[in-house]
Design a protein around this ligand. Structure first.
Ligand code: MN
Length: 501
């Protein structure tokens, strides 16, 4: 569903006419070679497209306007092979609306100790040319990512690949449509927020529907469609005999399939990329959508429960960033704690809606009572999550800004089996430990809902936050609560001043 090769980043090289045509030809040849190496790098998910060397303010402005207008272009990568007087860049950079990465590289990896002469010195000037370019971006308060190192260094490709993925997620959010069935869970605060501000700042639009609009499509689903989907379930999951065709409780699975078909049609026809449900508004649906939500998330849709559109949009961005990479990303909730002094940890789960991309093994399709919402027993996929490093991410509305909060976590095995837990779940130790990690999260106002990922790390989210102009707070192994609280106080001042830039 998400194909990042459909997108491009443009490789822009700045120079000037001071050195004569031969040097400029050399610059172009080198720049093409670098762009081509990045384009074919197996790490970089998008195309990297070389653009002719830029030497005048008009050319720089034109290329930035073209990048803005190009629907495939998710961002631009700039490099100054020679010195490129940066006042020439002001008009172009002021107009640029796409994310910007500054690749601070050099064509030659090594200084040619024996041969180096003045011709070499006139050509290989990134060490000072890129400083001039850096100054103007700082002077203009432009958010960007600076990546330093030789262009053949795999680590440089990795840094750029992360930025490309974040740029794709940012591009994906612009004009994205998010559907809500019902409103927020009544009286809940953290899942609320300013949808107008979100559309202005983050690019996506949130549309509300009565659940009856969905029910109409669910009621239209034919028995043949349901049979087909049930067949797919049988081949994809472990299913108890009484849930199989002819089994006593098979009808619950058929109802889940009916909801999935209807939901899929609604989202397809409306070109939605993410959606929310709420157990408080299910009129006309026989059961809370569980299995359907899990399967839509696995395909790359964003989701937030209880009307949480911010987390739905965040999860969609995380799905785009992680497209094609190994490891899962899911909607998540900090559910309950293990506070034993030797091994404090968090059990993460939800009523039903955890994405099977984080499943350690083949999920089990099960039907159990929900104990909330007063509907029929819903079908859901139940599984454990593989241990390993991960992140939890929350996006909250602070009133004058959106705040992104990231906590690095270590996924762990359960201390013992959980035979009676009827929902998919994950266990983790938040960094630096549960006491400090949870305290910092709570001081920051982080939500109980998160985007949980075993494939993305801090850098992806930081790059995305930079593009989006989000406040970014990190809780990791270095977190000190005194400093963390000060950082938030300083940020309060920054975001009051920020709109003046
Ligand atoms: Mn919840």
């Amino acid at each position: 569903m998400i194909d990042l090769k459909a997108f491009e980043v443009w490789f822009l090289t700045g120079s000037q006419h001071l050195y004569g045509p031969e040097t400029l030809e050399q610059v172009a040849v080198h720049s093409q070679e670098i762009a081509s190496a990045l384009d074919t790098s197996p790490r970089i998910p998008t195309r990297v497209v070389f653009k002719p060397v830029l030497t005048t303010p008009d050319a720089m402005h034109t290329i930035c306007m073209e990048a803005n207008a190009c629907d495939k272009c998710v961002g631009v990568v700039a490099w100054m092979h020679t010195f490129s007087p940066a006042r020439n860049w002001i008009t172009g950079l002021a107009a640029l609306q796409k994310p910007l990465a500054h690749l601070h590289t050099q064509y030659n990896r090594d200084i040619p100790w024996a041969e180096i002469d003045m011709d070499f010195m006139n050509l290989n000037q990134a060490a000072h040319g890129d400083r001039e370019f850096g100054y103007i971006m700082s002077r203009m308060r432009l958010n960007r990512k600076v990546i330093v190192g030789h262009w053949q260094d795999p680590e440089v490709h990795e840094r750029l690949a992360v930025w490309c993925r974040a740029a794709c997620a940012w591009h994906d959010a612009q004009g994205a449509r998010i559907a809500r069935f019902g409103d927020n869970m009544r009286s809940v605060a953290v899942t609320e927020g300013d949808k107008v501000e979100a559309q202005m700042r983050l690019g996506y639009a949130v549309y509300g529907y009565g659940v009856g609009d969905l029910v109409e499509l669910v009621d239209d689903v034919t028995d043949t469609d349901i049979d087909e989907l049930v067949h797919e379930y049988e081949s994809s999951y472990k299913i108890a005999p009484d849930l199989l065709p002819g089994g006593e409780r098979h009808n619950s699975v058929r109802e889940a399939a009916r909801i999935e078909r209807g939901l899929r049609r609604f989202l397809d026809e409306g070109k939605f990329k993410a959606f929310t449900t709420t157990f408080e508004d299910l009129h006309g649906l026989v059961q809370l959508p569980g299995l359907a939500v899990q399967r839509m998330m696995a395909e790359g849709y964003g989701f937030g429960a209880e009307g949480d559109w911010k987390t739905a949009a965040l999860l969609r961005a995380m799905k785009v960033m992680s497209a094609g990479l190994d490891g899962g990303t899911s909607f998540m909730e900090d559910y309950t704690y293990h506070l034993h002094p030797e091994g404090m940890k968090v059990l993460g789960a939800h009523m039903l809606e955890i994405c099977p991309t984080i499943a350690a093994d083949k999920p089990r399709l099960e039907v159990h009572p929900l104990g909330i919402g007063g509907k029929a027993d819903p079908a859901r996929l139940v599984f454990d999550t593989a241990p390993g490093r991960g992140i939890n991410v929350s996006l909250i509305d602070m009133g004058n800004r959106f705040r992104m909060l990231v906590n690095t976590v270590e996924g762990v095995e359960p201390d013992a089996p959980l035979p009676n837990l009827p929902v998919a779940h994950a266990l983790w130790i938040p960094a630096p430990n549960l006491k400090v990690g949870a305290a910092a999260w709570i001081y920051a106002g982080g939500a109980h809902h998160t985007g949980f990922s075993q494939v993305l790390d801090v850098e992806y989210m930081a790059d995305f936050a930079e593009m989006a102009g989000l406040e970014f707070l990190l809780i990791d192994e270095t977190t000190n609560l005194y400093q963390f609280k000060n950082e938030m106080r300083w940020n309060e001042v920054y975001y009051l001043l920020e709109k003046r830039f």
